[in-house]
Design a protein around this ligand. Sequence first.
Ligand code: SAM
Length: 328
Amino acid sequence: MTGLYDSFQRPINYLRISVTDRCNLRCIYCMPSDGIYLLSHQDILTYEEIYTIATAAAELGINKIRITGGEPLVRSGVPKLIEMLTHIDTIDDISLTTNGSLLGRYATELKSAGLRRVNVSLDTLKQDKFKFITRSSNSLGDVLEGIEEAKRVGLNPVKLNMVVMSGVNDDELLDFATKTINEGWHVRFIEFMPVTSQGIITSQFLSVSDMRKRLEQLGELEPCLPSVGNGPAKYFRLPRAKGTIGFITPVSEHFCFHCNRLRLTADGKLRPCLLSEDEIDLKQPLRSGISLAGLKQLVEEAVARKPLHHRLAEGYIPKDRPFCQVGG
Ligand code: SAM
């Protein structure tokens, strides 16, 4: 077998890179209510260090990279990083996850740098609720404009991720789904994961099967065949819809058996699993002059330490970092 495989024979070809722990929003499901301890400039990897790690990972078999955060677009020079990563020949897909508030400003630059596609977190279409969910005074209008600008410059697809919370935004499920019919939106509904000290509680969890029952008021959900996307979402289409509806079920039906990813935190820790505290430090070795071969060994070690599946069902919740510090 060529490429990178973990101890359960899963092929690992995807690296999610968090470029900052900072975010201009403070979403209730993501950021602890008392905020986070922010990393200093020296604590976070430079773009050159990220490039070196990506090169080592690519030599082992990683061919897809997603840039995330915190909010990646609050760190200056993200288009420059993307451009650097395009020089790694075997990386054939570079994407970005963003809250969209700065996307209008950067979409053109990102596209020119080599970004292919973008996922935008969008949990509501109502300004008041946007304020409540994001605990910020930012404008929903900026996010919607960012989405349109991303489409206009040719980032494709633009996928919209909604974390669905009962009693918070589940009343908008049909509004989002209708946008897949009328405006060709690609929407993904994500189950809320009950991780570290957030502003919402477990009883606000809504399963994908409950979401589906509600959405079927709009018509039958036809599976998209051949299946689209290469992540954990399962995709469907409503009658006459140009856009798609994806469901992501990290809680009710975990997809760990297909996990193909590693995560790199902004402070240089390689995390075998989003929902485990295990991590391997790459920053210190890098700053002490480790060779590319040595770095590759550390990447292989992280892959070997991937657990078979997360343990949310057993009540195990990683307590070390909220999602905004891992990269979601
Ligand atoms: N700032 C960017 C954004 O808003 O997309 C990137 C980072 S954010 C941590 C990445 C993803 O994690 C988002 O799509 C968000 O919806 C998801 N996320 C964060 N906390 C979550 C939770 N408790 N349950 C489910 N998804 C969560």
